[in-house]
Ligand binder design. Structure first.
Ligand code: BGC
Length: 889
């Protein structure tokens, strides 16, 4: 039986507080029915009265029967929705075979769509010292409730907030409202608070307001404070049955006080004085503390208010420490066994300490010489300092508006700390997990897990470069190279979709078409206007394409189209020939392992060759996207450009005999993968790549530009076993080297830690950067054998290519349609492959001797398998000198 396992609306996790008037619906299927296709669906839309809290009441009902095979992002058939609409939707899908699924149901609630829906204003406490950390404040208000209708709280801040009603925390979102380009967009959250209110009694709403990304110190080299302003404020509106009962306004009886948080900063951590806790401050009748009625109207947000579609940042896991380490210098360090992002939570009050004693937590990713390795943090303190208060009071404490990237925490001032006293709370944007991979090679599995951890730690509201040092910024290039991998592993569509809107606004309104290097652009004009840069700026075109391929949502591309075009036509600084102007800086194959530690841009491959290779590719993608959107004229123009630029490229960088100007793996891989070579030179380039890879003894030779490409270039050019051999190499520098050094995340550099256990001397050395994790897309596609043939994965390619020393692998992906998987097992020369296609989808299976189209269901193939080339392939080494090991792991 085919059933609907999930009905969803746009890209919302839960459709409470949507920002759409004609929301598209999607339903995901479950079931292994063979060749099942949807022929039609039945849709029931019930418009519920606003006051309804449980959806049981009768409302006006519309029924539609629609003959269509579409089950993902289907257009809205109901009437146009308005602010506060409350709509119950039921869907049943009917198959071509006459069967029907279950009815699946969701309730959508529209948020506040227009600025005029808001009567609240941003409300703050005292104006604070402009060049210091802002001390968080508490804000509260008492109010009566005389009805028990459904209640909604709409809330956001300039800063970050935590909100409580009658002593209960509202929601579990962390660092809300998240990080946006606040002068363009400000997300607000919607909470159903019906159950927290008490009818006929006095109620209390309380908030903690901290500086968050809005005003905290950001950027390297000392950084800047108050990038979006120094005036913090909360904007909140509590409505019962659609009527506002509480709003943040200066004249409405709000009061403020200081609580125990002295400072809470993104980079530096939190200072907390538990002696200043105001007990029960958010409960009715509380008498603790001195409260001031002088609250300030901080105005109305400049950025457009939008109901958040992306999943929130929240705690997703709690990890107990594995070990207590006593260091050579006598320090106490907890090892959590995993480099993670989040913070420490105090589980037990330190019973051996007295009021006024101070404890400190220092966080770091690695140890060096047995001590906490804090050098890579640069100007980020990443500390929590707590002054102990009343007996028992610290149990449950966790910092509010900060996060750290760490595996180790040094605990100072708490002598008897035990493994039970502290846990690490793992924190990130809680996107839906959609991708899995495993094989019978433990080190490859570990590397793949590290990619996942790198992703989790670097999606903290925005996609960041790293989570620990004085950066944690939305570096565009890092995301661009990693977006495809990320979108296989998690549903990134709303998180990255929103981030791209910020990118477009900053690019077009602030920087005349140039894509900033980081989004939100914290750098501003610090080093002059952002320099246009290939790979980094190409995110404007390539990432909307990646999201479209993963989700099938063409609207995501349509929304970005102006930004894409502006980048191509105005942002890129070109020479007379149309290639990149060689006078500007380029990052090139950033972090090529042979680049000097302090000059990551000085890799082996010419930076302009790298930039122009991506330019040709980006132009081709642009042409395809224009065509998909129906912009024929643009499509032709970009396609012509791409053809012309390719010829320019060949003249500039390829010799008549087919050698590349930079004789490197990255140059050859880009040329082969992006089809930049004239037909006659392909063989030459392939042979040269073969030579260079063997000569390098299969060690990794690529940085940010070459890494996502190199293995595909090999396996697409009859060098599959080279790709496996490179993947299985663990000698420094190599793909598995970090794993062999105990890495639990993907490092910024292939050698962030040197073989002698020392931290790479480069001052830019993180142990949690996702960019090089883009290598995993080869595992999903080539080893696991899964790739979409059409955007959204309705048509799927199953083409696993066993090799290396692997004898089994499995890749699984939850697509918008349902679960897809491909699993293979090799027994001698016998290859058994099982594929699974969700209902309403089709697939193409390509195996030795097999090339067939299939419909939904599960199917197993048994075929004779021949290795594509000898295993292991031989390296080229001189027959003298100390031999380097040449055995794959
Ligand atoms: C970041 C990178 C980024 C690079 C570009 C670094 O400091 O961590 O990942 O892409 O700068 O300059």
């Amino acid at each position: 039986m085919v059933s609907i396992s999930r009905l969803s609306c746009e890209h919302y996790e839960t459709p409470l507080g949507i920002h759409h008037t004609r929301p598209r619906l999607s339903w995901r299927f479950e079931g292994s029915e063979v060749d099942w296709k949807q022929a039609s669906y039945d849709l029931e839309i019930r418009y519920l009265p606003l006051r309804s809290n449980n959806g049981d009441e009768e409302g006006e009902v519309e029924r539609h029967h629609i003959d269509s095979a579409q089950s993902v992002l289907v257009p809205w058939s109901g009437r146009e929705l308005v602010s506060r609409d409350n709509v119950q939707v039921r869907v049943r899908s009917n198959g071509e075979d006459g069967s029907s699924t279950n009815w699946s149901e969701i309730t959508l609630q529209v948020a506040l769509l227009s600025p005029s829906d808001w009567t609240a204003r941003l409300l703050g406490g005292p104006a604070s010292d402009v060049d210091a950390a802002h001390r968080p404040i508490l804000l509260r208000k008492t109010f009566p409730v005389d009805r028990s209708d459904s209640a909604r709280l709409y809330i956001t801040a300039h800063g970050c907030y935590k909100v409580f009603i009658n002593g209960h925390r509202v929601g579990e979102k962390a660092l809300a409202p998240g990080w946006q380009s606040y002068h363009h967009r400000l997300l607000y959250q919607t909470y159903d608070v019906s159950d927290l209110l008490k009818k006929g009694e006095e109620n209390v709403i309380g908030m903690v307001l901290g500086e968050g990304w809005f005003a905290t110190r950001l950027n390297f080299g000392g950084g800047r404070r108050n990038i979006w302003g120094a005036d913090l404020g909360v904007l909140a509106q509590l409505e019962i049955g659609g009527k506002t009962v509480v709003q943040t306004r200066a004249d409405e009886g709000w009061e403020w006080a200081h609580g125990p948080i002295i400072s809470s900063e993104i980079y530096d951590g939190e200072v907390y004085d538990a002696r200043q806790v105001l007990p029960d401050w958010f409960e009715p009748g509380s008498t603790s503390g001195t409260w001031s009625k002088t609250v300030r109207d901080v105005g109305f947000p400049r950025g457009k208010l939008i109901a958040a579609e992306c999943p929130p940042v929240r705690v997703t896991q709690s990890i107990r420490p594995k070990e207590i380490i006593n260091t050579p210098s006598g320090k106490t360090i907890l090892d959590f066994g995993q480099n993670l992002v989040g913070w420490l939570k105090v589980e037990n009050h330190p019973s051996d300490l007295n009021e006024g004693d101070v404890i400190r937590f220092l966080h770091a990713e690695v140890l060096e010489d047995g001590e906490l390795g804090t050098r890579p943090l640069r100007d980020a303190k990443a500390q929590v300092e707590i002054t102990v208060g009343q007996e028992g009071g610290l149990a449950g404490y966790e910092p509010s508006f900060t996060f750290h990237g760490f595996r180790y925490a040094q605990i100072e001032g708490w002598k008897g700390v035990s493994l039970d006293d502290l846990t690490a709370q793992v924190v990130h944007t809680d996107m839906e997990r959609t991708g899995w991979f495993e094989c019978d090679h433990p080190l490859i599995n570990k590397l793949w897990e590290n990619v996942n951890w790198g992703l989790r730690g670097n999606f903290v509201s925005v996609p960041t470069d790293c989570p620990q040092r004085d950066e944690r910024l939305g570096w565009t290039g890092d995301l661009q190279v990693f977006a495809e991998t990320a979108s296989f592993l998690y549903d990134t569509s709303s998180t990255l979709g929103g981030w791209l809107q910020d990118l477009a606004a900053e690019q077009i309104e602030d920087w005349e078409g140039v894509v900033p290097l980081v989004v939100p652009n914290t750098l501003g004009n610090l080093f002059g206007p952002p320099p246009p840069s290939a790979i980094w700026g190409d995110v404007a075109v390539l990432t909307p394409k990646d999201l479209y391929v993963a989700s099938g949502d063409m609207d995501l591309v349509a929304k970005q189209y102006e930004s894409m075009k502006t980048w191509m036509d105005k942002g890129i600084k070109r020479s007379a020939k149309g290639l990149w102007d060689s006078k500007g800086p380029q990052f090139g194959d950033w972090l090529d392992p042979k680049a000097p530690p302090d000059a990551p841009q000085d890799g082996r491959t010419d930076n302009m060759l790298v930039a122009d290779a991506w330019l040709v590719h980006t132009t081709e993608v642009m042409a395809k996207m224009a065509e998909t959107l129906g912009y024929a004229e643009d499509a032709n123009r970009y396609a012509d450009d791409a053809r012309r630029l390719k010829v320019e490229y060949q003249q500039e960088y390829i010799t008549p005999n087919g050698r590349m100007m930079s004789d490197t793996q990255t140059a050859l891989a880009l040329a082969l993968h992006f089809h930049l070579l004239p037909e006659a030179s392909v063989e030459v380039a392939r042979d040269r790549l073969d030579h260079l890879v063997r000569k390098a003894i299969f060690q990794i030779s690529t940085g940010f530009a070459g890494t996502p490409i190199i293995l595909h270039a090999l396996s697409d050019n009859q060098l599959l076993q080279h790709a496996y051999r490179m993947f299985q190499e663990k000698q420094y520098p190599s793909i598995l080297y970090p794993v062999s050094m105990g890495a639990t995340t993907i490092w910024e550099r292939w050698d962030s830690m040197l073989p002698d256990g020392r931290i790479n001397p480069g001052e830019m050395t993180s142990f949690n950067h996702y960019a090089l994790g883009s290598i995993a897309s080869w595992l999903h596609k080539v080893v696991g054998g899964l790739a979409p043939l059409t955007p959204g994965w309705q048509d799927i390619l199953f083409k696993p290519r066993p090799g290396g020393s692997l004898t089994s692998a499995r890749a699984t992906h939850t697509s918008p349609y349902g679960e897809i998987s491909c699993a293979w097992k090799l027994d001698g020369r016998q290859l058994e492959v099982t594929v699974s296609v969700p209902p309403n989808c089709t697939g193409r299976v390509v195996l030795p001797g097999v090339d067939e189209r299939i419909g939904s269901g599960c199917k197993t193939y048994s075929v004779e398998w021949e290795p594509e080339a000898e295993w292991p392939p031989k390296s080229y080494q001189l027959p003298f000198g100390p031999p380097k090991p040449d055995v794959p792991a």
